[in-house]
Design a protein around this ligand. Structure first.
Ligand code: PMP
Length: 375
């Protein structure tokens, strides 16, 4: 039977308790949200939603074509200019998702004969970029610049190191200054995925590269998503103009994909402008994360000290992590649950996201529920 092997996989998944299911979220959900990536609380801000509606009215429900044909509106141009300027880079290129932006950056900047040095904790989209690239990938120990140095030292020819700035599972930050200086020793490029740093780290949320003094560097390329702090959808690559021009001409997920929907571009641009006017939102997201961490560890939970807005709390086992997250939900609190095989280190955790718009009372309530439901 066609696809017969799927049933065996499904049975194995059920036996292991690893079935994933979709749970549509109600617009008026009463849950306290510590599960989304809406770090600055901008996804439903009236300026964001108003800009999305206006962009759809002016430009249409879709961008109507690939970026090189009809899919580039003036809105895309404004977003790219303002995003680059905000983060301190010469140029930016917007994609339909952060995933597509990562595939583009890695595949277009790692040609045949090149070496890609990839952190073991990188996001799936960077991993897939490595798999699709013509270069050879070497995976190195997590957040270990000396391991990157060793890998680069074995290679002659073009090379690039690839890392998340803030790792999505534990919320820990990569050692960017050290990584950049190792790359410079070998004339290697550095591609960093700032999905969880933009809007949270750096002055006024200008991102991890900005915070590390790497903004605008000729050998650094940053990818971002518009779907977390900016409360919209889409992604971008930021870097030197010559790199961005190269992506326009060589990146398959740019050339063959339909341009970002105008509503998403409009929402992201409005959120970016709002962040420019209200830089304290970035600081507040970090402060909420720090409070969550302090309160949870004071209550005896084992958590990872947050470098950005993600707080990871260790659970005793896969089964108990699932039950803990479900019990939180029954008690009115939405939290994320990361467990094997999504996490390769075998450690199950609750993943909490701090939001700038959480009140102190909501943070306390979250800590109370997590404590009361602890398995
Ligand atoms: N990189 C990281 C580190 C992420 O966490 C995500 C989103 N889960 C992405 C890239 C992908 O971005 P998008 O959702 O915009 O495709």
């Amino acid at each position: 039977m066609a696809f017969g092997w799927i049933d065996e996989q499904a049975r194995a998944r059920r036996r292991a308790g690893l079935v994933r299911t979709l749970r549509p979220r109600a617009a008026d959900s009463p849950l306290l949200d510590l599960a989304s990536n809406d770090y600055l609380g901008l996804a439903r801000h009236p300026e964001t939603t108003g800009a999305a509606a206006e962009a759809a009215r002016v430009w249409g429900g879709g961008s109507t074509g690939s970026r090189l044909v009809t899919g580039t509106t003036e809105l895309h141009g404004d977003l790219e200019r303002e995003l680059a300027e905000f983060c301190g880079f010469e140029s930016a290129l917007v994609f339909s998702s952060g995933y597509a932006a990562n595939l583009a950056a890695v595949t277009a900047l790692a040609p045949h004969g090149s070496l890609i040095v990839s952190d073991a904790g990188n996001h799936a989209s960077l991993i897939d970029g490595c798999r699709l690239a013509r270069g050879t990938t070497q995976v190195v120990a997590h957040s270990d610049p000396q391991a990157t140095r060793k890998a680069l030292d074995t290679h002659r020819g073009p090379a690039v190191a690839v890392s998340d700035t803030v790792f999505s599972v534990d919320g820990d930050a990569a050692p960017l200054p050290e990584l950049a200086s190792v790359c410079r020793e070998f004339d290697a490029g550095l591609i960093v995925d700032d999905a969880h740093g933009l809007g949270v780290l750096g002055a006024g949320g200008r991102g991890a590269a900005h915070a590390a003094g790497l903004a605008g560097a000729p050998d650094v390329v940053v990818t971002v998503t518009l779907s977390k702090s900016l409360g919209s959808q889409g992604g971008a690559v930021l870097g030197p103009a010559r790199v961005i021009d190269h992506l326009v001409n060589a990146a398959r997920t740019f050339i063959f994909d339909t341009g970002l929907a105008p509503a998403a571009a409009g929402a992201a641009l409005a959120a970016l402008r709002l962040l420019g006017r209200e830089p304290e939102r970035a600081q507040r997201a970090r402060a909420v994360a720090a409070t969550l961490y302090a309160r949870l560890t004071a209550e005896g939970h084992e958590a990872v000290r947050p470098d950005a807005a993600v707080v990871s709390v260790r659970a005793p086992s896969r089964e108990l992590a699932l039950r803990w997250a479900a019990d939180c939900r029954s008690a009115g609190l939405a939290v994320g649950c990361f467990r094997p095989p999504s996490v390769p280190d075998g450690i199950s955790r609750l993943r909490l996201t701090a939001r700038a718009d959480l009140t102190d009372e909501q943070v306390e309530r979250a800590v109370r529920v997590i404590g009361e439901t602890r398995p």
